[in-house]
Design a protein around this ligand. Structure first.
Ligand code: A2P
Length: 306
């Protein structure tokens, strides 16, 4: 059963192959979705300071543990520190806000959300310059940000640390000075953006990759892909189940849904044949696409380095 599959992190901890994504899931909806997911057997929940829903996610995790006879150690919870907390002296503060909002004894994994620092501005998620561009903090040294997160790891309040949206060149820089190798790199990954080079690189460094937007995010064109539709019909599955069946064997995946039927259906996955996997592997050659591409104004995405 797909829900039982786990990957092993470089810390020795297990990360469940399927987790619930919660980006764009507002408070009252996310509370119900997390509870539905845990009752249905999910053991991995992903959130972030930037999603604005950590308090509801944490409450849902606590309530679901109590209602399903579980223990805290049964659920793997990830959150992410937002770039306005990337100054080394602000990393611990950013972590503490997430820790307090989640209120779940400890956090399994904390990630740096983007490889970009923003100049902090009280109460503003994306501070902007007068010309409207994102207010990038060019003075912060990313190595020092990572070193500050390594210090947070020493507190024991978080069990593993990692990164998100890190392409190979930026990971290479980080690894030059890191004492702790990131446990995870969470990136956009689906058949139109299969990230094979990054997967190979991360595997060679002992970094586990987790796929966000594994369905291609909101209103995804992947769901109407002809090849995926044919494979779905052959298995009597939905296109989403085919996409996730392809995904869960390559990396852990975080399908987001606030719909109870879809939360459950997204765990009913199968082993695809080698030929079907090959067909899906080829899709990016004609339909290659990154769905999530915020305009940071600095190089972030791997295609910008090529
Ligand atoms: P909803 O929350 O209403 O289910 P991703 O995980 O790639 O970010 O994709 C999330 C998007 O896909 C959301 O809009 C979500 O909507 C939708 N979605 C999630 N599961 C399914 C599914 N099984 N079939 C169709 N759409 C889905």
């Amino acid at each position: 059963m797909a829900l039982n599959k786990v990957y092993t992190l470089n810390t020795g901890a297990s990360i469940p192959a399927i987790g619930l994504g919660t980006w764009q899931a507002p408070g009252e909806q996310v509370y119900a979705a997390v509870k539905t997911a845990i009752a249905a057997g999910y053991r991995h929940i992903d959130t972030a300071f930037g999603y604005g829903n950590e308090a509801e996610v944490g409450k849902a995790v606590r309530d679901a543990i109590a209602e399903n006879g579980l223990q805290r150690k049964d659920i793997f919870v990830t959150t992410k520190i937002w770039p306005t907390f990337f100054r080394p002296e602000k990393v611990a503060e950013g972590f503490q806000i997430s820790y307090d909002r989640l209120d779940i004894e400890y956090i399994d994994l904390v990630l740096l959300h983007w490889p970009v620092a923003l100049n902090p501005e009280q109460g503003v998620g994306i501070p902007r310059r007068a010309d409207g561009t994102r207010d990038i903090d060019e003075t912060t040294n990313p190595s020092k940000t990572w070193a500050a997160l390594e210090k947070v790891l020493e507190t024991g309040k978080v069990k593993a640390i990692g990164v998100s949206n890190y392409p190979i060149p930026i990971l290479e820089d980080l690894l030059k000075t890191a004492k702790v190798v990131p446990a995870v790199n969470q990136v956009e990954l689906h058949p139109y953006n299969p990230q094979q080079k990054l997967l190979d690189y991360c595997a060679s460094k002992g970094i586990h990759v987790t796929a966000y937007s594994p369905l291609g995010s909101t209103n995804s064109s992947l769901l109407s892909d002809e090849t995926i539709g044919k494979i779905a019909a052959a298995h009597n599955l939905t296109p989403a189940q085919v996409i996730l069946s392809w995904g869960w064997s390559r990396s852990s995946i975080l399908p987001k849904s606030v719909n109870p039927e879809r939360v459950k259906a997204n765990t009913e996955l199968v082993e695809l044949s080698a030929e079907e996997i090959e067909q899906i592997n080829a899709l990016h050659k004609t339909h290659g696409k990154r769905f999530i591409k915020p305009d940071w104004g600095v190089r972030v995405f791997d295609e910008e380095f090529e």
